[in-house]
Design a protein around this ligand. Structure first.
Ligand code: NAD
Length: 504
């Protein structure tokens, strides 16, 4: 029996070009039958996803724990609740989003009327990543369904427990003729990428983003690339330092232990303010994660040994190993690395050249805060940029001079959060009992930012999503002009004469 099960498992995972081709063909036939285009189909699927999350919340939280030791509260806030919020928002707004948008017409087409019709693109592929493996898989899928597409999801093999839960649950809850999950790694993704899709939505590294875009180019398939980069946080001395530091810690370590695409990657502050900032980080980290951060249950672990070794290489480089001012501990067999802060590492060190994607935080010091603009602009455009200050002039200059996917002044990561429904908060989670609870309460009350698009610019990606932007990412905006047979002028028709030209 075991051997049979193993064989079945292998069969499920193995996807060569031929099988992928047959699957896409079936799904295209399904799309062409038109089922996915109806409002009713879309609503039924979205409701099923919402029901699935309600009924299987524990399985999902357990999978996230297996993959990343993600604390339950973090898993609830940043994966379960946000995915459900996305679903709810789509269900609430879908009718409105689907409505054709009436637009004005010009004299040249008089008499006429015009509208922009949102139509589904067709059969789309979502390739996802491992750090928020539930949210970042389902959130684009929700957009694809809302827009009326057939969709294949390829979750990340680096979070295998969540990948497997997604495959199992979606098979059980949604219409598998039009919504499928393909598990697997490079071979399976490559087989999928050979096919002709109507859109590919990819979340992950720029390295693989380039592979995805080249594959898409062969079929002239449009892509959304949600990539990463080094997100700077500039900290002025004119701030409420306790609040600023708590928000930096929440965005860096209380977010998957720094394994988040919009976590602050490095801080920039003035030489004079750096010691005060480090002291405040030290004392607030203790409040958040206790005397020994390695013992804290509120920190995720590093996802696997490969990433543990990658982060160790950044920490151990000769140029930076003596620049650690806080932390530095790690336990390889538990895949744990303590929140670690570095002061004044050289610009050409690995930790300043590569995206960190982990609990290491270098602080760069400058003479004047305005010098931070040059530091940021000398690097590829980040996915997010943060500024902490009370100085209105500095805020304006920052927005004007820094190009990034998104930015937040006086906070971190909230631009990535979705509309949050307080009613989804479960009874067993203590809210005000801990500082993390207090922060999440702030997030709960403030998060109504589904009006903001989420996406990168330059090397941090192209295209955006969240809320209506997700619907738009998977729709074609079809221009439709309605004319009557009235108002037919001969001036536009040959034979062309100088008299006709004068009339134009
Ligand atoms: P990755 O690019 O290595 O993997 C992502 C996906 O690509 C996986 O599904 C994987 O199976 C597939 N893949 C890997 N190698 C492939 C290959 N050679 N050919 C085809 N497919 C392949 O990225 P990652 O390590 O999972 O993610 C880390 C990066 O993702 C970071 O740069 C981070 O900033 C970024 N990220 C961005 C966002 C965002 O929303 N913008 C969110 C999370 C992570």
């Amino acid at each position: 029996v075991m051997a049979e099960e193993e064989e079945e498992e292998k069969e499920r995972f193995e996807l060569d070009g031929e099988r992928a081709g047959a699957m896409v063909k079936e799904m295209r036939e399904c799309f062409n039958r038109g089922n996915t285009k109806s409002y009713e189909w879309r609503v039924t699927q979205l409701k099923s996803i919402s029901k699935m999350i309600d009924e299987k919340e524990n399985d999902i939280i357990q999978a996230l724990h297996n993959d990343l030791s993600k604390p339950q509260q973090e898993a609830f806030i940043s994966e379960i609740s946000m995915t459900k919020s996305s679903c709810k928002l789509a269900l609430k707004e879908l009718k409105h989003w689907m409505m054709p948008e009436k637009v004005k017409t010009s004299m040249a087409t008089y008499p006429s009327s015009a509208e922009i019709v949102s139509e589904p693109l067709g059969v789309v592929l979502v390739i996802s990543t491992w750090n928020y493996p539930f949210l970042l898989s389902l959130d684009p899928v929700i957009g694809a369904i809302a827009a009326g597409n057939a969709v294949v999801l390829k979750p990340s093999e680096i979070a295998p427990a969540t990948s497997s839960v997604l495959a199992k649950l979606l098979e059980e809850y949604v219409d598998n003729t039009a919504i499928r999950v393909v598990e697997g790694a490079v071979a399976e993704t490559s087989a999928l990428l050979e096919q002709k899709w109507d859109k590919i939505f990819y979340t992950g590294s720029g390295r693989v983003g380039r592979i995805v875009m080249s594959a898409a180019a062969k079929h002239l398939t449009p892509v959304s690339l949600e990539l990463g980069g080094k997100c700077p946080a500039v900290v002025d001395s004119d701030v409420n330092i306790e609040v600023a530091v708590r928000r930096i810690i929440a965005g860096k370590w209380a977010c998957n232990c720094g394994q988040a695409c919009i976590a602050p990657d490095y801080l920039i502050t003035t030489k004079g303010f750096a010691p005060k900032l480090i002291e405040s980080l030290r004392s607030e980290l203790k409040v958040f994660f206790g005397e020994d951060t390695m013992e804290s249950k509120d920190l995720s672990r590093i996802v696997n040994l490969h990433h543990f070794k990658r982060l160790s290489r950044l920490m151990d480089e000769d140029k930076v190993s003596d620049k650690i001012v806080l932390g530095g501990h790690r336990i390889e067999n538990q895949l744990k690395i303590a929140p670690t802060i570095f002061l004044d590492v050289p610009e050409d060190s690995l930790i300043m050249e590569e995206e960190i994607f982990g609990p290491l935080l270098p602080i760069v010091t400058v003479e004047n805060l305005e010098d931070s603009f040059a530091v940021i602009n000398s690097r590829p455009k980040p996915l997010a940029a943060y500024l902490f200050t009370n100085n209105e002039g500095l805020k304006k200059d920052f927005v004007k001079n820094i190009s990034s996917g998104g930015m937040v002044v006086n906070d971190t990561i909230l631009q990535g959060n979705h509309w949050f429904n307080v009613k989804t908060w479960p009874d067993n989670i203590e809210v005000m009992g801990s500082s993390l609870g207090a922060i999440t309460l702030c997030i709960m009350l403030k998060v109504t930012v589904s009006t903001l698009p989420f996406g990168g610019v330059g090397e941090s990606g192209m295209g955006s999503y969240h809320g209506k932007f997700s619907f738009d990412a998977f729709s074609h905006k079809k221009a439709v002009l309605y004319r009557s047979f009235e108002g037919d002028s001969s001036t536009r028709y040959p034979p062309y004469t100088p008299q006709k030209l004068r009339l134009l």
